[in-house]
Design a protein around this ligand. Structure first.
Ligand code: MF3
Ligand code: CO
Ligand code: CO
Length: 289
């Protein structure tokens, strides 16, 4: 269906179509005719969506910032969870993890050989030398912001530190690979190259994802793959990049008892960093970090 040039744009901006997404649609239509996978309109965030995602991100970023000062040897991961719940709700947000597909806590805390979805517990006491990922998602006014960081508990050994640092670099090279009208495969190709160059492996079972109006939306953002393949990245898309990088083998197993926590199959360390970002006309805007 063709939109009339003077009608309000489909994106919800309240601008006239001809001053808003007409050119965007023309570009996407050409790419579609060339056989490319292009995003549908529902993956494009409205200015209002972006406003609310940013408010969710302010809370989420605040939590991850506070934890920089809080995490110390002797602290339990349950204390992290309680802080996340209290901070989120006292700022008017909802912890997205709580009750998500039956998940029992407000945040994921993955220690050392845990790849992701570590469940906070009073039995897990952080000790000097541990590396822990805290993965936090906040809902505000029905909109989502998702990010995770690594925290070093006290002094960690140089090999653990190198994994943490290289994994952060993997996130950064992934972000640097995002171009408006580029492809989602550009991201994975860049991350994979950087991980392998440093002697590490990329977890394949979990990936980044569209986010904002829901928790997990299209597209899936693989952290490996081939540049120039997959969905076209168009201005207005919001998604996460969240590489999980292993010291040893890429393979994993999931905890049989809790059904959630993924561990490295060889018991070696794993690290992860996650940002939520918006594709703009010129590049990206990082919304949650
Ligand atoms: N925040 C995770 C992600 O990056 C998802 C956690 S879902 C939970 O996609 F249920 F485990 F909390
Ligand atoms: Co996350
Ligand atoms: Co995520």
């Amino acid at each position: 269906m063709k939109m009339s040039k003077n009608a309000p744009c489909w994106c919800g901006s309240k601008k006239k179509y001809k001053h808003c997404h007409e050119e965007w649609d023309n570009t996407v239509n050409v790419l579609r005719l060339q056989g490319q996978i292009v995003p549908e309109h529902h993956l494009i965030k409205s200015p209002d969506d972006i406003k609310w995602i940013k408010k969710a991100a302010v809370i989420n970023n605040g939590i991850l910032d506070e934890l920089e000062h809080m995490i110390h040897p002797g602290m339990t991961t349950l204390e992290i969870d309680q802080f996340v719940y209290d901070y989120t709700t006292s700022h008017g947000g909802i912890p997205a993890d709580l009750g998500y597909e039956g998940y029992p806590k407000s945040v994921c805390t993955s220690v050392n050989n845990e790849i992701c979805h570590g469940i906070p517990s009073d039995k897990v006491v952080l000790k000097e030398g541990d590396i822990v990922n805290v993965d936090c998602t906040t809902i505000f006014h029905r909109h989502y912001a998702d990010a995770s960081r690594m925290y070093c508990v006290g002094k960690v050994d140089p090999e653990a530190q190198r994994l943490v640092d290289v994994t952060k670099e993997c996130l950064e090279v992934g972000k640097a690979a995002v171009r408006p009208w580029g492809h989602v495969g550009d991201i994975g190709a860049a991350i994979q190259e950087h991980a392998h160059k440093n002697g590490y492996t990329v977890v394949r079972e979990f990936c980044g994802h569209g986010v904002g109006n829901g928790f997990h939306e299209d597209p899936y953002v693989m952290h490996y793959g081939i540049a120039g393949t997959g969905m076209v990245l168009a201005p207005g898309m919001v998604f996460t990049i969240e590489p999980m990088i292993n010291q040893g083998k890429a393979s994993l197993f999931v905890d049989e008892k809790n059904g959630w926590t993924a561990y490295t199959s060889d018991g070696k360390l794993s690290a992860q960093w996650e940002n939520t970002l918006l594709v703009t006309e010129h590049g990206i805007e990082v919304l949650a970090w």
